[in-house]
Design a binder for this molecule. Structure first.
Ligand SMILES: *[C@@H]1O[C@H](CO)[C@@H](O)[C@H](O)[C@H]1NC(C)=O
Ligand SMILES: *[C@@H]1O[C@H](CO)[C@@H](O)[C@H](O)[C@H]1NC(C)=O
Length: 192
């Protein structure tokens, strides 16, 4: 009699656990983290939003959101857990330049705002969203940083004797002008 009750009890416990696990699994299968398909291109100095959100619409307020660099070792960009931002282990170069959109977290939007873009920000970012002991998913966001004015300015200098056109970049132009100045100084005899 006791034995039967014990076995029934165990069976009930097993069934409950099975149900619980399959429920957790189905929950986990439903959720996914999504982000931009194409690389993000932005200009140095500007602010950039790196998109990352949970689909379907699920609150991430109680979850752990971790943004880190994939191509730079030990480079924690932003960490949110236990309902707050944790910057103890944040990489120095990102200090004071990152934030999440707190209102948006309720809608599962864990997008990162990165301010005053630097050339060194270019690279691959991982957005990892985790619900402790139950589920996690991540995406990779590629960021390309462009520097305005870094491309040499092409100017037309003159027609050469063969009827062609001399095209020089402004950098080259400056070098030529400097060389010419040096040459004149030597000629004038006042070169120090
Ligand atoms: C997400 O859920 C919140 C709260 O349930 C709701 O206010 C919001 O409109 C939803 N957003 C989308 C895109 O479904
Ligand atoms: C997430 O929040 C950012 C900042 O408010 C917004 O630009 C973006 O459109 C949001 N993404 C989604 C999927 O709601």
């Amino acid at each position: 009699m006791y034995c039967n009750n014990y076995r029934t009890g165990m069976m009930f416990l097993c069934m409950s656990l099975l149900l619980l696990f399959s429920f957790m699994e189905s929950q986990a299968e439903r959720l996914e983290v999504v982000g931009p398909e194409a690389p993000l291109v932005a200009v140095a100095g500007e602010d950039l939003v790196l998109p990352c959100f949970i689909k379907p619409n699920t609150s991430a307020v109680h979850m752990r959101v971790e943004w880190f660099r994939l191509d730079v070792e030990d480079s924690l960009v932003h960490l949110y857990k236990d309902h707050e931002d944790r910057d103890e282990k944040q990489a120095e170069s990102y200090r004071g330049r990152t934030s999440l959109f707190k209102q948006e977290l309720q809608k599962g939007n864990a997008s990162l705002k990165l301010s005053a873009l630097r050339v060194s920000d270019e690279g691959e970012y991982k957005c990892l969203v985790e619900e402790e002991n139950s589920w996690y998913d991540d995406i990779t966001v590629h960021v390309t940083v462009e520097v305005l004015g870094s491309h040499p300015v092409i100017t037309m200098e003159s027609y050469d004797h063969s009827g062609g056109i001399n095209i020089v970049s402004s950098e080259l132009q400056k070098e030529k002008e400097y060389a010419e100045l040096q040459r004149q100084r030597v000629e004038d005899g006042n070169y120090i």
